[in-house]
Write a protein that binds this ligand. Structure first.
Ligand code: ADP
Length: 193
């Protein structure tokens, strides 16, 4: 069972590449952002609880995020799948540790962390552009976009060291065409096993 983490700042192309990888390698795509947006759309209790965090570009508290992630993976795993691609999770060191325990219980572990590298100027441009068409309120406001980048550098970027020390961290150039980036990700996937 494969456990692939797609890592990188907001706007680095994780969602786009995760969908391609999911199809190609028969993986379950788990996006915590999508899970939360779905809860908000359905006006559930969780949705009401997390809306304020998403709107402000802040992280949802770890405990709730971990619970939602575990529930989603358990509810959507299927025998024909080769594993899971995590998109937007983990985003903090406690989330990474929780993922390790969750996988350990299943006699499994993280295989690789594929990190999409994109400069800030390009990220802000992509996010604001996405906001024009996606209807995502957290992409439409430059202040919220900049706050998400700040949160990324403060809370999520330190995770790179966590996985570097386990020799699981691989940097991928996240600028170029979607196909070029996908080809680089595939090269790393074929190195597994
Ligand atoms: P992006 O990668 O463009 O920031 P996501 O869809 O991954 O977008 O996340 C959108 C928002 O959902 C985040 O800004 C945050 O509020 C919340 N979120 C998503 N994943 C997590 C997570 N692992 N931990 C805490 N909050 C999260």
């Amino acid at each position: 069972m494969l456990n692939i983490i797609l890592f990188g700042p907001p706007g680095s192309g994780k969602g786009t590449q995760a969908i391609l990888l999911k199809e190609h390698f028969k993986l379950l795509h788990v996006s915590t952002g999508d899970i939360f947006r779905n809860e908000i759309k359905n006006a559930t209790n969780v949705g009401k609880e997390v809306k304020q965090f998403l709107d402000a570009g802040k992280l949802v508290p770890d405990e709730l995020t971990i619970r939602m992630l575990g529930g989603y993976v358990d509810a959507n795993s299927a025998p024909e799948l080769q594993g899971v691609i995590y998109d937007g999770f983990p985003r903090t060191v406690p989330q990474a540790k929780a993922l390790d325990s969750f996988l350990e219980e299943k006699r499994s572990s993280v295989n690789v962390v594929l990190s999409l590298e994109v400069n800030d100027e390009e990220l802000v441009k992509r996010l604001i552009n996405r906001g024009l068409t996606s209807g995502r309120s957290d992409d439409s406001n430059e202040e919220v976009v900049r706050n998400r980048l700040k949160v990324y550098y403060n809370q999520t970027a330190p995770l790179a060291d966590f996985y570097l020390s386990q020799k699981k961290f691989v940097s991928i150039r996240g600028v170029g065409t979607i196909d070029e980036i996908f080809a680089h990700l595939c090269d790393e996937m074929y190195k597994l096993d």
